[in-house]
Design a protein around this ligand. Structure first.
Ligand SMILES: Cc1cc2nc3c(=O)[nH]c(=O)nc-3n(C[C@H](O)[C@H](O)[C@H](O)COP(=O)(O)OP(=O)(O)OC[C@H]3O[C@@H](n4cnc5c(N)ncnc54)[C@H](O)[C@@H]3O)c2cc1C
Length: 405
């Protein structure tokens, strides 16, 4: 039997790996990419260094552990490293398992993928926007914006999500999935800065420091992260906050009240703080905080403690004021009022409904010969190399299975 013609819509991370694997299996492979070149989003990943996998990745780093389980066991981070190592990438593993090319250039990842694509003779149709798809009998008809219609035996939708649409992924893949009868779980931005409701943002804007940040829902901590936080005039960002943003946004968009709790003095016990105030009882309260928290927090935290005069001596504070101040040092809550947009997000939560995709093959359960890979599906992971790892794992599975006769 002849090997199938596999068409891949989208020349991003997942589509490129799917193409290479399918071609190595002997299929005739063509990538259709709307941009003039492939791999545009890869270039901006990891602040231009491309955190291309995470050596510690496990299924619980994703929104749907069960679904990613098979793909991550077959094409795991070690396999991803060896795939890229065979193409020339020397891995550099940094803290928390984050893995980058030793060259520290995201372009290295694109360069080696492109080299392999050319070496294998994979066709790339660039500047080709797909506007709709149909399945007739056993064949897919792919309609391009310029009027061309392409026929394919197998189709892989690798169009990404909606984050940073200037790279080409603007959500048009969802319409293609819908053309073929698939359901889309409403997309929303993830790994994104959070907007806060607080009168103190002007005071806090620009403060960057390590802290513990916790997500509070119904007065319970539902996620806790530590690392840098950064206040802006809209709210808060930093790696810690990006990690909390998925759950925060999901709950907020479902009409729930959610809060970010900041622990400013996580290294200290309540007793330490109380005895510090005891020792500084003759100092002005603003002075007593210096050396413990960033100076720029002081006027805001005093206002929130209802201490109007910053020069009030610690010994002259009421018990209630002092208690409130100490409480805030350990638990300062800010109501969340949404997030920045998709254009500020690293990843899209939501996408093609996973109930309609086979987790062992990435093939649609509704349409034979149709596959999904990468972020277009309702899969998203934490910040730290997990999303590209999913692109490679799912690309691998679809590459193998779409090329079967
Ligand atoms: C700023 C930023 C930094 C990031 N850093 C990291 C990181 O360090 N590590 C990590 O793991 N993840 C990171 N990510 C996330 C990661 O880049 C994505 O999860 C990953 O690229 C998804 O791969 P994909 O193949 O699904 O989609 P994409 O890489 O987005 O590729 C989709 C491709 O499809 C094309 N396309 C879309 N629609 C059509 C159409 N209708 N017709 C033709 N072509 C189409 C697009 O032009 C694009 O080339 C980052 C994301 C951003 C925005």
């Amino acid at each position: 039997m002849k090997k199938p013609n596999v068409y891949i819509i989208g020349g991003g991370a997942s589509g490129l790996v799917a193409a290479i694997i399918a071609k190595r299996q002997g299929a005739n492979v063509t990538i259709i990419e709307r941009n003039s070149r492939i791999g545009k989003k890869i270039l901006v990943t990891g602040n231009g260094r491309c955190n291309y996998t995470n050596s510690l990745a496990n299924i619980y780093d994703y929104n749907n552990p069960d679904f990613v389980s098979y793909g991550l066991s077959v094409f795991n981070p070690q396999r991803a490293m060896s795939f890229f190592s065979d193409l020339g990438i020397v891995p550099k593993i940094e803290n928390e398992g984050k893995t980058y090319p030793l060259s520290e250039q995201a372009s290295s990842i694109v360069d080696v993928l492109l080299y392999e694509i050319n070496r294998l003779g994979i066709d790339v149709l660039s500047d080709s926007l797909v506007t709709s798809v149909l399945k007739r009998n056993k064949e897919f008809n792919i309609y391009l914006e310029d009027g061309r219609v392409i026929d394919a035996d197998r189709l892989i939708i690798a169009t990404g999500g909606k984050a940073l649409s200037s790279t080409g992924s603007d959500g048009s893949g969802y319409d293609l999935a819908k053309d073929l009868g698939h359901n889309i779980v409403t997309p929303f931005p993830s790994l994104v800065k959070l907007k806060l409701d607080s009168p103190y943002l002007k005071h806090l804007q620009g403060i960057k420091m390590p802290a513990i940040a916790e997500l509070i829902h119904k007065d319970k901590v539902i996620q806790s992260e530590s690392g840098d936080i950064l206040f802006g005039n809209y709210g808060i960002s930093g790696p810690t906050i990006l990690q909390l943003s998925r759950k925060a946004n999901d709950l907020f968009l479902n009409g729930e009240k959610v809060y970010i709790k900041i622990i400013l003095v996580s290294q200290m016990t309540r007793k330490d703080v109380e005895s510090r105030f005891e020792k500084s009882k003759d100092k002005a309260v603003d002075q007593s905080l210096i050396g413990m928290i960033n100076k720029r927090y002081i006027s805001a935290i005093l206002k929130e403690s209802k201490i109007e005069k910053q020069k009030t001596k610690v010994k002259d504070l009421s018990d209630k004021q002092l208690k409130k101040l100490i409480d805030l040092l350990f638990d300062w809550r800010f109501p969340i009022r949404g997030s920045k947009s998709f254009n500020d997000a690293q990843v899209t939560a939501g996408g093609v409904d996973l109930n309609e995709i086979d987790d062992q093959t990435m093939e649609s359960k509704l349409v034979k010969g149709l596959f999904f890979v990468g972020e277009v599906m309702d899969i998203d992971g934490r910040c730290g190399g997990y999303n590209l790892q999913w692109a490679w794992s799912s690309g691998y599975l679809a590459g193998i299975n779409s090329s079967k006769e």
